[in-house]
Design a protein around this ligand. Sequence first.
Ligand code: NAD
Ligand code: TYD
Length: 345
Amino acid sequence: MRRILVTGGAGFIGSHFVRRLLREHPEYEVTNIDKLTYAGSRDNLRDVEGDPRYRFVQGDICDRPLVEELVSQADAIVSLAAETHVDRSLLEADDFIRTDVHGTYVLLCAAREQGIERFVYVSTDEVYGAVPEGYSSSEMDPLRPRNPYAASKAAADMLCLAFFASYDLPVVVSRGANTMGPCQYPEKMIPLFVTNALRDEPLPLYGDGRQVRDWLFVEDHCEALDLLLHEGTPGEAYNIAADNYRHNIQVAEAILELLGKPRSLIRHVADRPGHDRRYSLDWSKIRALGWSPRQGFDEALAKTVAWYGDNEWWWQKARSGDYQDYYQRQYGWRLEAAARQEGEG
Ligand code: NAD
Ligand code: TYD
């Protein structure tokens, strides 16, 4: 295995993963196919653009001829390309079905035709749906996605495993927990709250803020994907998590504390429909392969917050243009209703 095709490498996790491949495997050649949607940017990999082992191709994973050509030049595929934001999928899911489901199918078909050595599909913990207190999902559990994003990922996840069962395609599926770190588009909770706090704007916390997420640092997530690319057993899924459980409100408070901003910036707003109360993964299977996370929650959050503090140019660019329309659509009425309620109370 020498030639790796990464999809979605201009996004958050993908860009860290491409950098890691080039750093840890000097003999590898990496091709990155990315459509450069609102969530992807070549800025995220400027530092490796001059590396002769790296090639960027702007393209869509639904473009069958292009995908067939790139797959014919690869030994292995790691697929991260996706529409990834739950709130956007609740507003409109067309692109999620197109990219996450059909795009993955196109990749799988090309991989099958070309006899690819390994296909790592980057799925998510959201495919299990909400997990009751006291329980952690294992890889054998049924998938019960509860929002359009999670459903599109679950469909692709199952297609991948079906291609193993039906055609012996050597697929490995990862199901990672919520991830934080530099270069995450400021629509997800942590970068949204950090950049709002830096601008002294309210942090829109959905509902009571007592939902639970387990937070993984992006470098840890990428180390796990690297391990699965080389050591994962074909046909198997692997949970990736860190046991860094926090209520959302604790995350908001920790961000404000790190930035020296007042707690009054927290605004409880109308909840996300179908909001999964808790995610929790049993990750003993990947631990048995020799992986465990290196970063605790506090360290990971401090590094993340510091990066946004030092890279205002990056997030100001991300927050310009269409972002403003999305922000207004998602948060305008929520923040107005919260302000009205505060006025009445
Ligand atoms: P992201 O939104 O930051 O990046 C997605 C990338 O995919 C972008 O660069 C975008 O341009 C590209 N893309 C979108 N549609 C495409 C298409 N049709 N063809 C080619 N490229 C396309 O996402 P992320 O947070 O880095 O997530 C990467 C993967 O990891 C996703 O598959 C996601 O479901 C999964 N995941 C994310 C998390 C998380 O917390 N961020 C956790 C677990 C799993
Ligand atoms: P998010 O970062 O969208 O990831 P996911 O939905 O994949 O878990 O959200 C993380 C948590 O933060 C989730 O419980 C929803 C909550 N949240 C808010 O309270 N306010 C927000 O503005 C956003 C984007 C998320």
